[in-house]
Design a protein around this ligand. Structure first.
Ligand SMILES: C[S@@+](CC[C@H](N)C(=O)[O-])C[C@H]1O[C@@H](n2cnc3c(N)ncnc32)[C@H](O)[C@@H]1O
Length: 209
């Protein structure tokens, strides 16, 4: 978003005032209050974590005994507590077996990933849907049984199919549109609570490496 537009955005100004890396923090705060995803001591994986405001929120909620891992194409430059690790990388190339080996299985997998939007919805929406599905596969492959999932997607023709796919893998699946999302945006979140045991067992991270 351009600087001129930012100056008039109350959430951007609030985030700046409160020393958060971005306005997106208020969306995660809202979602977490409603769906109770992040607990003290949790292991949290944040896909598309730059500039880092979701990690700032997650570490505040999960505390210093928690393990938080962020991945993004861009390097996070924020100073974060030592129990937060960030990596530069493309989620499409993430080695799930290595992640699990290093950090254990996650309690929560978050994704706020979005493509570099072109303004052409026929292009942007399918890219966003693919990122969503990749996040869902990562969550399925790296989470503990009963773990939670929350990911962004731009609403398009496959939206209901994506909700059904989350429903197939989690005990509960719910779409959620944040009150902090701009009116003209197609942004939605889909939340999955409670990864099913058979799905977690069938996911084979080794096959992904
Ligand atoms: C809206 S921003 C995330 C904001 C973040 N939740 C925060 O609160 O600071 C979306 C991010 O997704 C990242 N992204 C998009 N495609 C990606 C991919 N294939 N692998 C990793 N990150 C990706 C972008 O680089 C961008 O930084």
């Amino acid at each position: 978003m351009g600087d001129k537009k930012n100056r008039h955005d109350p959430n951007y100004l609030r985030a700046k005032r409160e020393n958060f890396a971005g306005r997106a923090i208020y969306k995660l705060e809202e979602i977490d209050k409603r769906f109770r995803l992040i607990k003290p001591g949790a292991r949290v994986l944040d896909l598309g974590c730059w500039p880092g405001s979701w990690l700032q929120y997650a570490v505040k909620r999960a505390g210093t005994d928690a393990t938080l891992v962020g991945v993004d194409l861009k390097a996070v430059e924020l100073a974060l507590p030592s129990n937060v690790k960030t990596f530069v990388g493309d989620v499409n190339k993430l080695k799930l077996d290595k992640m699990v080996e290093r950090f254990g299985r996650f309690d929560v997998v978050l994704s706020d990933m979005a493509p570099n939007t072109t303004g052409n919805k026929d292009f942007d929406i399918p890219v966003s849907e693919d990122l969503f599905l990749r996040a869902l596969d990562i969550a399925t492959g790296c989470s503990r049984i009963g773990g939670h999932f929350c990911a962004k997607v731009f609403q398009g023709a496959r939206f209901h199919e994506l909700i059904r796919e989350v429903e197939r893998r989690y005990q509960q699946a719910k779409p959620y549109r944040s009150a902090h999302t701009r009116k003209q945006s197609r942004e939605q979140y889909i939340i999955g609570r409670g990864l099913k045991a058979n799905v977690a067992r069938d996911a084979n991270p080794i096959a992904d490496s």
